[in-house]
Write a new protein. Sequence first.
Length: 147
Amino acid sequence: MTKQEFSVVIDAPKEKVWQVLWDKDTYPLWTAPFAEGSSVETDNWKKGSKVLFLDGKGMGMVSTVAENIPNEFMSFKHLGMVDKGVEDLDSEKVKGWAGALENYTLREENGRTSVTVEMEIGEDHLKYFVDTWPKALQKVKELSEQK
C-alpha cells in the first residue's frame, strides 16, 4: 500500500466545510464522483462506531471511526467490504488492505480552510483514487463556498 495525499483550499470557515463533509444531505453530493448514489450509514460519526460507505447498489466498505475531533480531524480505519449488503471482514481480498486509514485534516487561516485527505491505497486502486479525489474535493469546495 502507498500513502497518498489530496488537498484543497476552500473560501469558507472550517465549521462550514466540516458540515459539508459529514452532513447526511451533502455527503452524497460530494462523494458522487466515487459512486453515483453513494450514501453512508453511521451512528453520528461517533469515535469507535461502525460506518458503512455504500454506493447505490449495496456495495462498499465497512469501517470504524478511529478519531473524530469536530471541525479539525476525522479518521477512518477500513475493515472490509460490503457486497450486496453482506459484510466481508475475512476474505483474502480484504486482508490485503484491512486496517488502512483515511484521514481528513481541516486547518483554517484567515477564513479559508485547507482540507487534506491522507489515504493508504493499494496499487490496484491507486489510479482510480488519484483521478477521483480531486473531483470530490472540488465538489466539497463548491458546496462549502455556497452562501
